[in-house]
Design a protein around this ligand. Structure first.
Ligand code: SF4
Length: 344
């Protein structure tokens, strides 16, 4: 009997996050596809109001006897905000930490906005994790998306975050103009080779009021189909899982207020679980030579909710592999163990 062991890291984060959305704060220009203001519905609210709201949430958690959360500044270029805004954020976190409301904070930013002096101040204020909106390492894709930097700057940004001792998260955006599934998979490899601790995949959507919407309406951009996207995401998940790196988010959160602005693209409220289900199926297909060889599978309990796929779309393919409730043993592990008979 041969046992094939495959890592399958849990998606869920263990620490509670209290997000502070700062749409476009510090952004040097507007990227072709970006509509942060529509995505977070926080556009135009004063920073002090957003910080106060976060503080109220943190205090409420404490009143309920919950553990201190982690604050996350998302939605803009945190490290390139104007000086007063950056100082206000860092001072707020400093006070919250002193009061025991938070232990640390994280932020998202761009790879070309990482001054050493700002990173040092963030470290001092309790930042432990920096998420880089890399989107792609392909310079032609970055250029077409008006990102304002090239692949070498994306790599340098990663090196700077790591040299400063932060946990590194990398956000990738499959489906940008000029990108291909193969290119996305190379981006995943690159992020993993450069040491990302976790990944997020945000498939490209066409959102009203963006430059991409204009290209789409002029017939100069075609978004990836849901099927292409699912296949790409599944292969991207398999690469990350093979290196034991979790993909902690797939696709933007489903919000009705945002949906009405999405003109086209792989929009599916179940995209994340469908991609995980597809990745699981592809993994089993890759490692089970024939149904008669399969002696059993130990699968993480976290897969239980999706292994059959959305509306059981994986069921027939699983049956053909010999996988069914009688062959699966659910475990608390973060790995899949496939027991294969070697005498067949
Ligand atoms: S993608 Fe990021 S850097 Fe570009 S405009 Fe949006 S928030 Fe700013």
């Amino acid at each position: 009997m041969q046992t094939i062991v495959l890592s399958w890291p849990a998606k869920a984060r263990h620490k509670k996050i209290v997000p502070v959305f700062l749409p476009f704060a510090g952004c040097p220009a507007r990227c072709l596809y970006c509509a942060q203001n529509l995505q977070t519905a926080e556009g135009g609210r004063p920073l002090q109001a957003l910080l106060q709201e976060a503080r109220t949430m943190l205090e409420t958690r404490r009143l309920r006897g919950l553990e201190p959360a982690e604050v996350a500044f998302y939605g803009g270029t945190f490290t390139a905000q104007r000086e007063e805004a950056l100082t206000a954020c860092l001072e707020a976190v400093h006070v919250w930490r002193r009061e025991g409301l938070v232990q640390s904070f994280r932020c998202s930013t761009r790879p070309d906005a990482l001054k050493d002096s700002v990173l040092a101040r963030m470290k001092e204020a309790g930042c432990t994790c920096v998420e880089l909106g890399i989107q792609s390492f392909d310079s032609s894709v970055l250029r077409a998306s008006l990102r304002g930097y090239d692949g070498s700057v994306a790599r340098e940004g990663i090196a700077r975050v790591q040299a400063s001792g932060f946990v590194l998260g990398v956000q990738l955006l499959p489906g940008l103009p000029g990108s291909t599934i193969q290119g996305f998979l190379q981006d995943v490899d690159c992020a993993l080779d450069l040491g990302a601790s976790f990944l997020r995949y945000y498939p490209c959507l066409v959102v009203r009021s963006t430059g991409l919407a204009r290209l789409y309406e002029e017939g100069r951009y075609t978004p990836w189909s849901t099927e292409e996207t699912l296949e790409a995401l599944a292969l991207g998940l398999m690469k990350a899982h093979a290196r034991n790196v979790p993909v902690i988010r797939i696709g933007v959160a489903h919000e009705e207020s945002f949906e009405q602005h999405v003109l086209a693209g792989p929009r599916d409220p179940d995209l994340g679980t469908r991609a995980l289900a597809r990745a699981l199926l592809r993994t089993l297909q890759r490692h089970i030579p024939a149904p008669e060889c399969l002696a059993g599978i130990h699968m993480p309990r976290s897969c239980q909710g999706y292994y059959l796929g959305h509306r059981k779309e994986n069921r027939d393919a699983l049956v053909r592999l010999g996988v069914h409730s009688g062959t699966i043993c659910w475990t608390q592990d973060e790995e899949i163990r496939i027991l294969v008979r070697s005498d067949m």
